[in-house]
Design a protein around this ligand. Structure first.
Ligand SMILES: Nc1ncnc2c1ncn2[C@@H]1O[C@H](COP(=O)(O)OP(=O)(O)O)[C@@H](O)[C@H]1O
Ligand SMILES: [Mg+2]
Length: 142
């Protein structure tokens, strides 16, 4: 378990970047924490840590955004609307999981059954105040 407090979006991004610099492929980040906690912000940092230089935006309407061109592919999911195994299969989650990239999964609470038995890094974001977040990492080397 690792805990860190950040006091700006830039700090959250920078922290995520240092984490992702060590990634070698196959990592699954399972985010926990509601709307506006900083999941997409953290994912932006992960992209930077993988040397991806393009824009990183919320996949809310697309379900998944692919960021290719960095050191490793990054697949960024928003599982907010996933309610069934059928939904999950349609999202492409299982196909992406076999591509050896890094998976960043927002609303992982909704796909717990699919993550069971996989090695995941859980990243929980909690709001302390407007610009401050507590970030808890668990799993893998954390
Ligand atoms: N310490 C912080 N870390 C991350 N985001 C923060 C922080 N403080 C304020 N914010 C703000 O919180 C919001 C987080 O948005 P976003 O990353 O899209 O959240 P989520 O994906 O969890 O819904 C942004 O508006 C960001 O500027
Ligand atoms: Mg988001």
């Amino acid at each position: 378990m690792t805990e860190i407090i950040t006091s700006s979006p830039a700090a959250t991004e920078a922290f995520a970047e240092t984490i992702a610099r060590r990634f070698t492929g196959g990592e699954i980040i399972a985010f926990k924490g509601g709307m506006g906690m900083g999941k997409t912000c953290f994912t932006r940092g992960v992209a930077r840590g993988l040397d991806y230089e393009g824009q990183v935006t919320s996949p809310t309407f697309a379900l998944v955004n692919e960021y290719l061109g960095g050191r490793l592919p990054l697949f960024h999911f928003d599982m907010y609307r996933i309610e069934s195994w059928e939904d999950l299969y349609s999202s492409g989650f299982f196909d992406y999981a076999e591509r050896g990239g890094v998976m960043a999964v927002e609303w992982s609470e909704n796909i717990e059954a699919a993550l069971e038995g996989r090695e995941v890094i859980t990243v929980e974001l909690q709001q302390i105040n407007e610009d401050t977040r507590r970030i808890l990492l668990e799993g893998g080397i954390y």
